[in-house]
Design a binder for this molecule. Structure first.
Ligand SMILES: [Zn+2]
Length: 286
C-alpha cells in the first residue's frame, strides 16, 4: 500500500498565495480533484493531510473515496497565537481556546488533531529554527486534551529539544523533526511515536534557487544522519512528503521520498521494510 502520510491538499507546490486564493470564495473542488488524480494515477491509496484554514481538506474528505483513497484530515492545524502555523490553521491563546478548537474539529468531522509546537528551519541559516517553541507544560496539556477527546496527535516539530518534549508529551507522530540529536531520537523510540521526516520538503528546494544551496545541503546532511541513526535504533518512520509545499508536488513526490530513504539507508529492501512498518503504525493510529 502506497501512503503519503503528510500532504496539504490545498497547496500546489508552486505558489502558496495563488493556491490559497483559489479557495477564498469557497473551496475550489477542481483543484482537489486534480491533486487526487495524481495520487490515483500512482496507486497511492492512503493520504494524511496536515490541514488548512479554508476547509479545503474537509471538502477533500468527501471526495477521496471517488479516487479510492483513504484520506485523513485534522481539518485545520492548531497553533498558538503569535507562533508559527497560521498558514495551515487556526490559533488559540489559552488552553480553554485550545480545547474549544479540539471540539470544533470533532464537530466538523476531523480525524485527528494536528498541533504546531515549533517553527520551521531558517533556510538562510542551517541549524536555526524560526520563532519560539511552545513550553513543554503547554504541549503536554494540549496532547492530553486531544487524547481525552479520543484523537491521535500529529505534531509539527523541529529541533532536538522540541522533538524530545513532543515525544515526552505523548504525541503520536512527529512531522519534519529536523536537527535531532541522540536524546530526541531516544525519546521518540521510548514513546513509540512515529517520525515522519519529510525529506523531500528540503531536498526539492535544492533545485529552486530560492535559498542558498549550501544551507539546504547542510540541513539535508543533518537530517540524513538522523534518519540513518533512527533506523539503527529501530524507530518507527513513515513516508510523508509535505506535498503542496514549495517544489513538492502531489503524487510524484512520494517516489522521491522513498528514493531519499533508499539512498540514506543504502538498501532498498531495508527502506521498504522500515517505511511499510511506520506507515502501518500511522494508518492504525490515525
Ligand atoms: Zn505540512
Amino acid at each position: 500500500m502506497k501512503c503519503d502520510c503528510h500532504i496539504h491538499i490545498f497547496m500546489d507546490g508552486r505558489n502558496y498565495r495563488s493556491a490559497h486564493d483559489r479557495h477564498l470564495d469557497g473551496v475550489d473542488e477542481s483543484c482537489i480533484r486534480s491533486h487526487f488524480e495524481e495520487y490515483k494515477k500512482r496507486g497511492i491509496t492512503y493520504v494524511r493531510d496536515g490541514g488548512d484554514h479554508l476547509f479545503v481538506s474537509l471538502k477533500a474528505k468527501e471526495l477521496a473515496a471517488e479516487y479510492g483513497i483513504v484520506y485523513r484530515t485534522p481539518v485545520f492545524a492548531i497553533h498558538k497565537k503569535g507562533h508559527y502555523g497560521s498558514i495551515v490553521g487556526r490559533a488559540f491563546d489559552n488552553m480553554k481556546e485550545f480545547a474549544g478548537l479540539v471540539k470544533e474539529v470533532r464537530r466538523l468531522g476531523g480525524d485527528f488533531i494536528k498541533i504546531m509546537t515549533t517553527g520551521i528551519m531558517d533556510f538562510q541559516c542551517a541549524g536555526t529554527i524560526t520563532g519560539e517553541r511552545l513550553d513543554f507544560s503547554e504541549v503536554k496539556e494540549m496532547v492530553h486534551i486531544a487524547h481525552e477527546e479520543g484523537f491521535a496527535v500529529m505534531s509539527h516539530t523541529n529541533g532536538a529539544e522540541g522533538v524530545r518534549e513532543a515525544a515526552l508529551a505523548g504525541v503520536d507522530s512527529v512531522e519534519h523533526g529536523n536537527y535531532q540529536d541522540e536524546d530526541s531520537l531516544q525519546a521518540l523510540k521510548d514513546s513509540k511515536a512515529v517520525w515522519v521526516p519529510t525529506l523531500v520538503t528540503v531536498r526539492n528546494l535544492q533545485k529552486s534557487g530560492r535559498f542558498p544551496r549550501q544551507e539546504i545541503e547542510k540541513i539535508m546532511v543533518t537530517q540524513n544522519r538522523a534518519v540513518k541513526k533512527a533506523y539503527e535504533m529501530g524507530l518507527f518512520m513513515a513516508s510523508g512528503t509535505d506535498a503542496g509545499a514549495y517544489m513538492v508536488f502531489h503524487g510524484e513526490s512520494l517516489k522521491q521520498e522513498w528514493e531519499a530513504f533508499e539512498g540514506i539507508l543504502e538498501d532498498k529492501e531495508a527502506a521498504a521494510e522500515c517505511l511499510h512498518s511506520g506507515n502501518r503504525e500511522i494508518i492504525k493510529r490515525f
